[in-house]
Design a protein around this ligand. Sequence first.
Ligand code: 8YV
Length: 321
Amino acid sequence: MSGKAVVLVTRKLPDAVELRLARDYDARFNVADTVYSSDEIVRLSEGAEVIIPCHTEKLTAEVIGRLPDTVRAICSFSVGVDHIDLDAARQRGILVTNTPEVLNDATAEISMLLMLGAARRAYEGERQIRTDTWADWGAVAQLGSQITGKRLGIIGMGRVGQIMARRARGFDMEIHYYNRSRLSPELEAGAIYHDSLEQLLPQSDVLSLHCPATPESHHLLNLNRIALLPDGAIVVNTARGAVVDDDALISALRSGKLSAAGLDVFNNEPNIDPRYRELKNTFLLPHIGSATRETRDAMGFRALDNVDAIIAGDEPRDRLV
Ligand code: 8YV
């Protein structure tokens, strides 16, 4: 044995990240990149000090309860930690870290893409080209909504929300936001704060979700709240599927109450509600908010910085528990 700490890496990570892992640790890689079952995670954790999971591994209280005593930390390759039962980890004395900040720009870029794609009916246009059904150009064909000068409502004005606001200002959008606490005037940069969702929603021609999935935000966007949005509003979600009530969103997209939605995250990924696929006014991506080469490397290195600190007996930078 190498004498190096054993680290279980549940998914294939970028090459540079795996090289550093192989150099510094006795790393257990997932070469086939399959999603492990709970039983496999427990079995493969035998003797491991650290687990590096992605959001695809559901570390519930039951799974955490069965982890071997050797496991000291879960250093997630993600900023969101809704896949980890933090209370269960706390109770077992297992540290939990995440990878904040490094995916802000990539995620805000996908939010912009979703907003524009949904507003300009990108799915329908792309489909016409790919299926060779583009019959002719038409002055009143394929009309979408212009987002320039419209009002953008942001729920969750954290790091990603603030970058989304900055990018949207480049389109002359008026920024409105709801957050648990009001930002400083410097960070607000002219954005208009609302102290309740009920105040924010009627002001949001486009609504973009940037809040974490927690018990409090579960199905935050429901039928009653969608009713408060202006008719024809657009919903963008790069946060988590759990923030949205699918029945409510689908029914509003069907009725025309909402003109379109741009979604990168879903309930029950990858087995999403199939009704989304049937809607022409959706622009859908498979959870690729952070999927740039730069960001995935940075996420891996950030996770490894946390592992290094824990193994060295130091306080990891991104400790949540
Ligand atoms: C990640 C994400 O790709 O970091 C997050 O919370 O949602 C994604 O951008 C994914 O979670 C990796 O585990």
